[in-house]
Design a protein around this ligand. Structure first.
Ligand SMILES: Cc1cc2nc3c(=O)[nH]c(=O)nc-3n(C[C@H](O)[C@H](O)[C@H](O)COP(=O)(O)OP(=O)(O)OC[C@H]3O[C@@H](n4cnc5c(N)ncnc54)[C@H](O)[C@@H]3O)c2cc1C
Length: 455
């Protein structure tokens, strides 16, 4: 069996690791020309589901490297007003288990971790253009004039998937009406002092009038600005980072990252064309009454790190006839970042598809039956996550409406402040938030038996 994976992002690379370990022939075709290319955003929260999937798919030492390269664990989930007053602050449990825990991960670091050990599997500079199916074989064509033929083509080419557009033209994606601007700044003495201690040690959401929201992440890693392991780390973590070749390709250093979102009408009409200082200016113009420290964070942002994001979502679709083309991750179920589970769902797809293909390898299922079973479940949990993520981030939310929005914000703040003073209710709220992110406990394990020669 030969599997062609289009797209070397989170889901495609994780799948490739699992297939390689299982002895299934796999090649990943990535559009980016170089390993270091692409602005992949800054932070991704990998939850216990995502961790279990990675644990199942990656070689043991690489999984340990993934854990060693995470950012310091956040201790709090905070909700603040735009003048930095606490509305709610939930204590997050310390991560005691390397698998069953939330992790704050740099996107570039995750990409470099996932590329480690796949040097013989990933081909860069391969922009997929179209595929052709003939009999039980499928051929992918690339912009450089080359092509590749295999038994199964997996679309892992993200939200604007070319494979999906050809294969499932009925699948629709649509704008949510929400736009975000993101940027990051290095942690230096001045920037570190701008945020309260709980913000420095937590994940923070600032909710403000007119439906404006700003998420703040403070990311500190085990290596310093020169890429050397910080002193006092020691033990296995130090050894893993020292041995990991991926750090040479990873420019991630300690940073504060912010994402400011609102309905599109609040931004300049050409926001998606703005870059650098123009985006910082747009953020400052949107937030005139905000606490000076938050505005200073915007001002101190490295202009080269700013980018606008138009938040899209896919529209759930009916199951389709299974063939030797399938999809995973954002290519089929793009979702808003509202629940922070897009990457985790892509990883869940990867482990489920890998399991299905191991059944084919072992002769216990035919290829199309295995792929069909994978798709049936993926459609169910994937679009469930799409719907829940959309409900969290939509222009239809009352907070975005002119008059009722103020009432909705005031009501939300009153309710959250009340919760903040009721420890048992706070704990329940935290537990239900964490339960959603690890709700599928146990399902994402994979027993990858070593492939037998010539199998
Ligand atoms: C602002 C923001 C914050 C987010 N935060 C979180 C979070 O905290 N937790 C979480 O779980 N998720 C989060 N997500 C979602 C997450 O980033 C995605 O769901 C996840 O990256 C999807 O993985 P994927 O493998 O499907 O696609 P991607 O990781 O996007 O990979 C697609 C790959 O395909 C390549 N490609 C594209 N077109 C072609 C082509 N024609 N030929 C060849 N290659 C191609 C691309 O270069 C890329 O490498 C967030 C998303 C956004 C926008």
């Amino acid at each position: 069996m030969k599997v062609l994976v289009i797209g070397g992002g989170t889901g495609g690379l994780a799948l490739a690791h699992g297939l390689k370990r299982a002895g299934v022939g796999v090649t990943v075709f990535e559009r980016d020309a170089l390993r270091t290319d692409g602005l992949h955003g800054y932070r991704v929260g990998i939850d216990p589901d995502g961790s279990r999937a990675l644990h199942a798919l990656l070689p043991t030492e690489l999984y340990d490297t993934f854990v060693a390269t995470k950012a310091r664990d956040p201790k709090y989930f905070n909700m603040l007003t735009e003048d930095l007053k606490e509305v709610l602050s939930l204590d997050l449990p310390p991560a005691t288990d390397p698998v069953e825990s939330e992790k704050s991960i740099s996107r570039m670091t995750l990409r470099q971790v996932l590329l480690t050990g796949l040097e013989d599997v990933v081909e860069f500079g391969k922009e997929f253009t179209r595929f052709e199916q003939e009999g039980d074989r499928v051929t992918a064509y690339f912009a450089d004039g080359t092509h590749a033929t295999g038994d199964l083509l997996v679309a892992a080419d993200g939200a604007h998937s070319r494979v999906r557009r050809q294969y499932l033209p009925q699948a629709k994606t649509e704008e949510t009406g929400i736009i975000a601007i993101a940027g990051k700044l290095p942690i230096i003495e001045e920037s570190a002092k701008l945020v309260p201690p709980k913000v420095f040690e937590g994940i923070t959401m600032v909710n403000a009038p007119r439906g404006l929201a700003c998420i703040l992440h403070v990311m500190e890693f085990q290596w310093d600005r020169d890429g050397k392991v910080k002193s006092g780390i020691g033990g296995n973590t130090e050894e893993l980072i020292r041995r990991w070749p991926g750090l040479q390709f990873d420019n991630t250093r300690d940073y504060i990252n912010w994402g400011l979102s609102a309905t599109a009408d609040k931004f300049p009409a050409n926001v998606m064309e703005l870059r650098g200082h123009e985006l910082i200016d747009a953020a400052l113009r949107l937030t005139p009454g905000w606490h000076p420290n938050l505005r200073r964070l915007f001002e101190l942002t490295d202009p080269g790190t700013c980018f606008p994001v138009n938040i899209w979502t896919s529209v759930p679709l009916e199951p389709w006839q299974t063939t030797n083309v399938t999809l995973l991750g954002d290519a089929i179920h793009t979702m808003t970042p509202g629940r922070g589970v897009g990457a985790n769902t892509a990883l869940r797809d990867a482990v489920n598809l890998c399991r299905a293909l191991i059944e084919v390898r072992d002769g216990t299922k035919q290829l199309l039956t295995a792929v069909g079973d994978y798709e049936m479940r993926m459609i169910e949990y994937g679009f469930d996550a799409v719907n829940k993520s959309r409900a969290q981030m939509t222009a239809d939310d009352p907070v975005h409406k002119p008059v009722i929005g103020r009432v909705a914000l005031a009501g939300m703040r009153t309710a959250m402040r009340a919760v903040n003073h009721l420890p048992p209710v706070k704990r329940r709220m935290r537990d239900s938030m964490l339960a959603y992110r690890g709700a599928d406990r146990g399902e994402l394990t994979l027993d990858i038996t070593p492939a037998q020669v010539n199998r």
